[in-house]
Design a protein around this ligand. Sequence first.
Ligand SMILES: Nc1nc2c(c(=O)[nH]1)N[C@H]1C(S)=C(S)[C@@H](COP(=O)(O)O)O[C@H]1N2
Ligand SMILES: [Mo]
Length: 505
Amino acid sequence: MAGRRDGLAALAGIAAGAVTVGVGALVALVAGPTSDPLVAVGSAFVDATPGWLKDVAVSTFGTADKVVLGIGEAVVLLALAALAGVLAARRWAWGATLVVVLGAVAGLAAMGRPEAGILAPAPAIAGAIAGLLVLRELIRRLPAAEPRDEGVQRRTFLQAALAAGALGVVAVVVGRAIGAGARGAQAARTALRIPRATTTAAPVPAGVQVGVDGVGPWQTPAAEFYRIDTALVVPQVDPSTWSLRVHGMVEQEITLTWDELLAGDLVEAWVTLACVSNPVGGDLIGNQLWLGLPIADLLARARPTGDADMVLSRSVDGFTASTPLEALTDGRDALLAIAMDGEPLPLEHGFPVRMVVPGLYGYVSATKWVTDLEVTRFADATSYWTDRGWSPEGPVKTQSRIEVPRHGSSVPAGSVVVAGTAWAQHRGVTGVQVRVDEGSWNDATLADDGGIDTWRQWSWTWDAEPGSYLLYVRASDPQGPQTGAVADVVPDGATGYDSVRVTVT
Ligand SMILES: Nc1nc2c(c(=O)[nH]1)N[C@H]1C(S)=C(S)[C@@H](COP(=O)(O)O)O[C@H]1N2
Ligand SMILES: [Mo]
């Protein structure tokens, strides 16, 4: 009967595991959301993930990468919990050791988070103790190998195991729900009123939208804006306690408070933000109206010293980005942004304050939940992604994509409208061309221009005859056409022509 006993022991392990995780989630309500054992281990895993693997994850799962990580973690945890049960049933010390080791891993991971306080290991310790107690009780109740009343023993064991497991799951759900509700950031966001801009953005021309069905909106709705970050729980920052320190190679150190930021001369700007991990033709890019304080104003007060050439921005959760000082002071709309589309930043997009720098990929410029700017030198400091093999330079590459017709679609012969979007942030799109198979390039019609920092829609009408074709697109900026050479996203952004396969019938 060893097989069946192992199965029940595995169940005992899983039930004890659920209790461990549940108690951890409840204690994390006091110790802080990133000390939750599941969150802490997942976050440590994200930070330890080599750049290439992060790249594979983002390109395979896109913005669902966090969900996939969560499922992966749950599967590994279930297997380890089952193993702890089986071991404990054979020899208690083995199972107990595994539980203690897992607890220690989670506790150390929590202590390693940038936001860690002295209570950081508490959820893991409390969870492990609760898990050990439940595991011991359940192992004691395991039906004997040759029982006289096996049915009864089995039933009481299963009842106890299911009750413990259910309690654990309920604790996780309740703990997370209370945690989300109790955090003040969402309430503070709702109560916030965004001040008017001192400098408003130029009105958007009526024709920025190319007017072809299937071409995405020129302004990306905030709710649909892509989200890329390393934060497994969205950092909760109450604006009333927020401040930004500007220090390092400066003549005057500055601490900016939330009220000072709101009282500053706020500037509005349309900026298309792009992720360096966006593959050719991809959608890790969005265009929005941002409102914020020019970072140049702040730096002018701090007065960087002679040989400084970089600003290392840091968020509450420890993420860092290294931005050329030049890009923050050369007159472009580099902002400490507080609003998107006239509303306070959504929590997941950096509430209350993030950076937005036209022309640079997000990983070197767009720090969300930002609280610290250190003026320094590229020779002296690195940042989150440049430590992982990505280029210190992160200018956005000129790119274009075909949105209509869709890849793999069929269209009737005759006039076929081909349309999409092109971008060359801070240089401006000056032209777009479309090519059928290996034919010559045809000039597309550009929609109205929203400014050099935004993307631009385009369309071209194709006189199509029956057959199967590959359509290619390329954009030009003032330096000339984008390159057709195919390059991967690592280390500084993908290149190559976007193409779609179309069947004309
Ligand atoms: N704190 C923090 N800020 C961050 C990141 C992060 O991981 N943590 N990711 C950066 C990257 S790689 C990109 S592309 C942009 C994405 O901003 P969004 O999620 O608002 O679209 O945020 C940047 N700012
Ligand atoms: Mo990114």
